[in-house]
Ligand binder design. Structure first.
Ligand SMILES: [Zn+2]
Length: 416
């Protein structure tokens, strides 16, 4: 993993959270007044301002006057802030409008270039394009092969590219007149063998040179795929990349589509393999008791401060704020950890709580720190990295249930 990849684990997690937040919002009276704005890189924001002014005028014609006003309010709010923003190398995505829970304004720098210019008013925010950017972008090779033909494809996220689609030169098994059955069969076998060898060489060229991939899945009816996989001409690096074979009833593009469907769970699994390995590494150190594993928020932070942590594992399910509460009467302050989902309830209850020092009911939150962000900042200072671990697999669930969702693999035993 490159340092950029390490960094993006947290950034992607942040963006995922922000998207989740936006997806839970709907307009305050189900009116179509929430504005979504996708701005491609290179677009002048002054042009966007012009577009918004036009839309502002159009909104005056909306039949439902309340909706019209709400749209205008959102547009005005964007226009007011547009001067403070600048377009980025990946473009800009803006969400703005009056929701059931109040006014929302988000200007997001997307992780990948925005490819559409879009202005939408709806009763929800449109986060789909941003969500697409978060999808797995590793490339995998797909091969469907039998005696009759071979098709090579590369799948990347939702995108499928057919690289090569070739009919074979091996005649079908209908014997032509005049030849002995035995001779015909032998000739057929030789030709088939040559066919699979040639396709093995083509696979070497495609997946090692022109279309490098992370893994390859081979499909085909019955024997064909085995003959291909076992071909002596198939490069050992390609053989190592083959992560599975599947029975597929068709060949050609139809076969690739069938293979893709069958391979989908395997590809999903691959995304999790790295995460699972990390949790397993942590568990191994813990079992060996070699001092190279620790868990719990306090312990992991200590390890980070001691520059002893190498990889910090944080469960996606750990979503905490560390709040600093201050008494407005005596100035006494203390810190508490609150689940993000319970923060509103916490704030309400805080108003009824008494200051542990002076007993007054004047406690207020003066600072709210996001735990994941905080760990990430601490990690960066000592060259450690934070990996967000999904709860979609057993190791991820274990990290959450057995270790509270925060653990670290250490560089050395610092217990002293
Ligand atoms: Zn007090």
């Amino acid at each position: 993993m490159s340092p950029d990849d390490k960094r993006s684990s947290v950034e992607k997690y942040r963006l995922k959270q922000q998207i989740q937040h936006l997806k839970n919002k709907s307009s305050f009276n189900q009116s179509t007044s929430l504005v979504t704005l996708y701005i491609p890189p290179g677009t002048q924001l002054s042009d966007i301002a012009n577009l918004l002014r036009e839309e502002y005028g159009t909104a005056a014609n909306i039949k439902d006057k309340n909706t019209g006003k709400a749209v205008q309010a959102a547009i005005q709010s964007i226009l007011g802030r547009l001067k403070l923003l600048h377009n980025t190398e990946n473009g800009l995505v803006i969400f703005c409008g009056q929701t059931e829970d109040g006014m929302e304004f988000h200007a997001i720098k997307p992780p990948e270039p925005v490819t559409i210019k879009q202005y939408v008013c709806d009763n929800i925010f449109h986060t789909e394009h941003l969500e697409d950017m978060l999808e797995e972008k590793d490339a995998y090779g797909l091969v469907v092969i039998d005696r009759g033909g071979a098709t090579f494809a590369v799948v990347r996220g939702n995108h499928l590219e057919i690289v090569h689609d070739k009919d074979s030169f091996v005649p079908s098994k209908h014997r032509q007149g005049g030849q002995s059955a035995q001779r015909f069969e032998r000739g057929l076998e030789l030709m088939a063998n040559e066919w699979f060898n040639r396709m093995a060489e083509l696979a070497n060229k495609i997946f090692l040179e022109t279309h490098p991939v992370k893994g390859i899945i081979v499909g085909g009816p019955a024997m064909g795929k085995e003959q291909f996989v076992n071909s002596l001409r198939l490069d050992y690096r390609i053989k190592k990349m083959i992560i599975g074979t599947e029975d597929v009833g068709y060949t050609g593009i139809q076969g690739i589509k069938e293979l893709l469907e069958k391979a989908a769970p395997k590809l999903q699994e691959l995304r999790y393999i790295e995460e699972k390995k990390l949790v397993q590494e942590f568990l191994t150190h813990l079992a060996k008791d070699d001092g190279k594993a620790t868990y719990g928020e306090k312990e992991v932070k200590e390890a980070l401060l001691a520059a002893a942590a190498d990889v910090v594992l944080v469960s996606e399910a750990v979503d905490h704020y560390e709040v600093t509460v201050e008494c407005q009467a005596c100035g006494h302050s203390f810190k508490e950890t609150v689940k993000a989902s319970e923060i509103i309830e916490y704030e309400i209850k805080l108003k009824e709580r008494k200051c542990p020092k002076c007993g007054e009911q004047r406690l207020e939150i003066v600072e709210k720190i996001d735990l994941v962000e905080q760990l990430d900042e601490m990690a960066q200072q000592t060259g450690a990295r934070v990996e967000i671990i999904s709860t979609d697999h057993d190791e991820g669930k274990m990290l959450m249930d057995a270790f509270g969702g925060i653990a670290a693999i250490l560089r050395y035993d610092f217990r002293g």
